[in-house]
Ligand binder design. Structure first.
Ligand SMILES: C[S@@+](CC[C@H](N)C(=O)[O-])C[C@H]1O[C@@H](n2cnc3c(N)ncnc32)[C@H](O)[C@@H]1O
Length: 223
């Protein structure tokens, strides 16, 4: 692919920043674009997460929260918690899920996953989709995830494969691309033992006027 010109590079860099932390006047549009790109990925990931009745589940980096209803539809009496450090996304997700928030089954907080504002041994499952590639020091986040998981609890990392990450023009601005093996080693160093890794082949998506066929890993680890 040819090198983008100067103006296009500035745009791509700004877009990368918005994906990392949606903010300001473009935040809502970025949230909607992520829904368009990631709806299919969420469907497959939620099947793998396999929510079961009465579980407490945490999503880190939920964006505008348009997919929480898909999780609630899978099981009875779920309690779902969300943590996102973009105040714009927390507001959008709260607006998009008013009835679940008001009825006390969905709890959304603003904060970063290297300081998770929940108690030790609290969650059956924690997951994040398209978030771990932004963590500058993954161990700081994984230690917190380990702390809040119950013994035997599972952490699901859904992240684009190294090839797919590097294919996207904005990935050179603040993204880290991992192979499954590289991420499994980092998990293990933080006491999260990998129990299953699979590849999700996504539908073609349009990004910056280019069509991309992307793949993601779903890496399941256990406390
Ligand atoms: C690329 S978006 C992905 C949104 C959604 N998960 C999806 O796949 O469509 C990344 C989201 O994670 C949030 N995020 C990134 N790093 C975070 C961190 N350290 N703690 C909490 N939220 C984070 C961003 O604010 C943003 O909403």
């Amino acid at each position: 692919m040819p090198e983008p010109n100067f103006i296009k590079r500035i745009f791509i860099k700004a877009y990368a920043g918005q994906l990392r932390k949606p903010k300001g006047i473009f935040a809502l549009r970025v949230g909607n674009k992520m829904n368009e790109l990631n709806s299919y990925l969420y469907d497959i990931s939620i099947d793998k997460i396999n929510p079961e009745d009465n579980e407490a589940i945490l999503e880190i980096g939920f964006g505008n929260g348009k997919f929480f209803e898909k999780i609630f539809a899978k099981a009875e009496d779920l309690k779902i918690y969300g943590l996102d450090y973009s105040s714009e996304m927390v507001k959008a997700a709260t607006d998009n899920n008013k009835s679940s928030v008001n009825s006390g089954k969905l709890f959304l907080k603003c904060g970063s996953s290297d300081r998770i504002p929940f108690d030790d041994n609290f969650f059956n499952k924690v997951f994040c989709i398209n978030v771990a590639q932004f963590w500058e020091n993954p161990s700081a986040h994984l230690k917190e995830i380990y702390r809040v998981l119950k013994p035997g609890g599972k952490f699901f990392t859904i992240i684009r494969t190294k090839e797919s990450t590097l294919m996207m023009p904005f990935s050179k601005y603040g993204f880290t691309a991992y192979t499954a093996e590289e991420w499994e080693i980092i998990l293990k160093a933080n006491n999260l033992n990998c129990i299953n890794t699979s590849v999700i082949t996504e539908r073609p998506v349009n990004l910056n006027n280019g069509d991309y066929k992307l793949e993601s890993y779903c890496i399941i680890s256990e406390k």
